[in-house]
Write a protein that binds this ligand. Structure first.
Ligand code: 13P
Length: 262
């Protein structure tokens, strides 16, 4: 099998302002340009800055992403943003089921699933996030939680839609804590996700899905994570706000891809 390019996502969360978002996007474009044959890149700016960032990304090849979308197509839903609106702005991919949505906004697996369906029907690619809390991990329930979130988020999804998915394994205890999962632990979780995808669908259709790791990824730990073939990229929070660090992670992913190609 030909190795796939790794995908690096920058989840900017609720940070920055208009000027700094445009500046960061310019820096990402510059860092991505020499690497574009060896890595894929997506950035997820805050909603209000999507249009300005879209203009900056232009045809650079950096994909414009969004951090969430509504379960509904339109209607009286104050403050929500539909998948169609995102498509309208040039968004190509949307994060769904991030732990900050699950925890802060109490989003259930079933809401996550509705969003996955809505996004895919609107033509967006989906980055579905799964991951256990520290309490769940300590209680030996990490695998069970990841499985539940995966199955729940993908319920009713037809096999021919699976190719538009990316899964991000983001253990909650590793997010924003500086305490990344070890590459080995992350790789084991990725193996579990891969085999569950194969059980839910089949090997050829699930082979199209990249599985990324997220949680305190930085310039220093990225090469060790990407040394594992199961880790097919990263969803980066804090370090994606510093263009030098993000560029270095992109570079590590490109180097890893070249190594995988042999
Ligand atoms: P940090 O990289 O800041 O830990 O955030 C990870 C994350 O939540 C990406 O979606």
């Amino acid at each position: 099998m030909h190795p796939r390019r790794l995908l690096i996502g920058g989840n900017w969360k609720m940070n920055g302002d208009l000027a700094s978002s445009v500046e960061l996007a310019e820096e990402v474009v510059e860092a991505f340009e020499p690497l574009r044959e060896s890595v894929d890149c997506v950035v997820f700016p805050p909603f209000p800055y999507l249009q300005a960032v879209a203009r900056t990304l232009g045809n650079s090849g950096v994909i414009l992403g969004a951090q969430d979308c509504s379960t509904e197509a339109n209607g009286a839903l104050t403050g929500d943003i539909s998948a169609e609106m995102l498509v309208d702005l040039g968004v190509g991919q949307v994060i769904i089921g991030h732990s900050e949505r699950r925890q802060v906004h109490n989003e259930s697996d079933s809401q996550t699933c509705d969003k996955v369906h809505m996004a895919l029907e609107s033509g967006l690619k989906v980055m579905l996030c799964v991951g256990e809390t520290w309490d769940e991990r300590s209680a030996g329930r990490a695998d069970e939680i990841v499985r539940r979130q995966l199955k729940g988020g993908l319920a009713g999804l037809a096999k021919d839609r699976v190719g538009a998915l990316t899964i991000a394994y983001e253990p909650v205890w590793a997010i924003g804590t500086g305490k990344s999962a070890t590459p080995k632990d992350a790789a084991m979780a990725h193996d579990l996700i891969r085999s569950d995808l194969e059980d839910l669908y089949d090997r050829p259709s699930s082979a199209a899905v990249r599985i990324l790791y997220g949680g305190s990824v930085n310039a220093a730990n990225a090469p060790g994570l990407f040394a594992h073939l199961q880790i097919e990229g990263a969803l980066v929070g804090g370090a994606s706000l510093k263009s030098g660090d993000f560029a270095s992670i992109l570079g590590s992913a490109a180097t890893s891809f070249q190594g995988r190609r042999g």
